[in-house]
Design a protein around this ligand. Structure first.
Ligand code: SAM
Length: 296
């Protein structure tokens, strides 16, 4: 069976070989890809499970559409346009009680970052939407900016962006008389930041707004409190994160489950991408992958 390569979508699945190896895939196993994106990891899982089944989730309907087309060469999968927190509902509908492995590859894809209409990137001017799910009735990043006080914005930039200049940037945003779009945000950050730190600061502020807009840490927390119920004994959990707070949450949950003798932690230290992978795909450089196996 031939499938379309990830590179032809301008997207490199991060730590692909390592994540697939660590899922320890069984040919007749059931697997969950909680963050399908364009299907980079899902394709590989499907190539290994001729007699098994894959459920894939993504909050982004555009990504789901592309992934569906791409995975069409297989017939043993179901994609769900929803958060990976909807495990229970999806498993019930498919009459699946527990699965052999789960993968989360958190954050956003290059496909989303490079969309010049959605406001994820400081490189394109557009309104600051930043919602993964454009059908979502939650606030856009722009509305969050408008509705937040200087103090609230400072907290967002501190907490989700770990940005030292949070207060000064938040104050300058709230003092601006113009509506904030991507270009205006970039120009405010530039005024507040020394030249050599600008690119990093743009990334941190945009990342903070995206994480807040999509309540990403709440989704992760809810998943971490829930996933063990849906994992078979000896089933594997693999989580790739790109933000220190996400990695910390995964690390602490795995530690707690280990102390309760529920999970064997297979990543004493997180796996990180090789130098070659970082060279080929700069966006992989902050990735950390943690792996566990359910005891039982
Ligand atoms: C790094 S990309 C995944 C890329 C994918 N592994 C691939 O190789 O194509 C992260 C994806 O997770 C999705 N996402 C983020 N939070 C989510 C959540 N709570 N539930 C489901 N999908 C989520 C994003 O929309 C994005 O498509």
């Amino acid at each position: 069976m031939t499938s379309i390569s990830s590179e032809s979508y301008g997207h490199y699945p991060v730590m692909l070989t390592e994540s697939i190896n660590n899922l320890n895939i069984k040919e007749n196993g059931f697997y969950i890809d909680g963050t399908v994106g364009l299907g980079g990891h899902s394709v590989k899982i499907l190539e290994h499970i001729k007699k098994g089944f894959l459920i894939g989730f993504d909050r982004d309907s555009n990504s789901i559409k592309i992934a569906k087309k791409r995975l069409n060469v297989f017939d043993n999968f179901k994609l769900v346009h929803a958060s990976y927190t909807n495990l229970e509902d999806a498993c019930r509908k498919l009459d699946i009680k527990q699965v052999d492995g789960m993968l989360l590859d958190l954050g956003l894809s290059s496909f989303q970052l490079e969309d010049n209409q959605r406001g994820f990137s400081h490189r394109y001017n557009s309104s600051l939407d930043m919602r993964f799910d454009d059908k979502d009735d939650g606030l856009t990043a722009q509305e969050i900016i408008e509705n937040s006080s200087v103090r609230e914005l400072t907290n967002i930039f501190n907490e989700f962006g770990e940005e030292r200049n949070s207060f000064r940037i938040a104050r300058a945003i709230k003092e601006s008389s113009e509506e904030i779009n991507a270009d205006r945000l970039v120009s405010i950050i530039s005024r507040m930041t020394a030249y050599k730190y600008r690119i990093k600061t743009y990334s941190r502020i945009f990342q903070a707004l995206r994480i807040k807009t999509n309540n990403e840490l709440d989704h992760l927390e809810s998943f971490l409190n829930d996933f063990m119920k849906f994992l078979k004994p000896k089933g594997r959990i693999v989580i790739i994160s790109y933000h220190s707070m996400e990695d910390r949450m995964v690390k602490h949950k795995f530690k707690e489950l280990k102390l309760n003798k529920e999970l064997k932690v297979l990543s004493k230290k997180p796996f990180i991408p090789t130098d070659e992978e970082i060279f080929d795909n700069k966006r992989s450089r902050s990735a950390k992958m943690r792996v566990g196996e359910k005891i039982g």
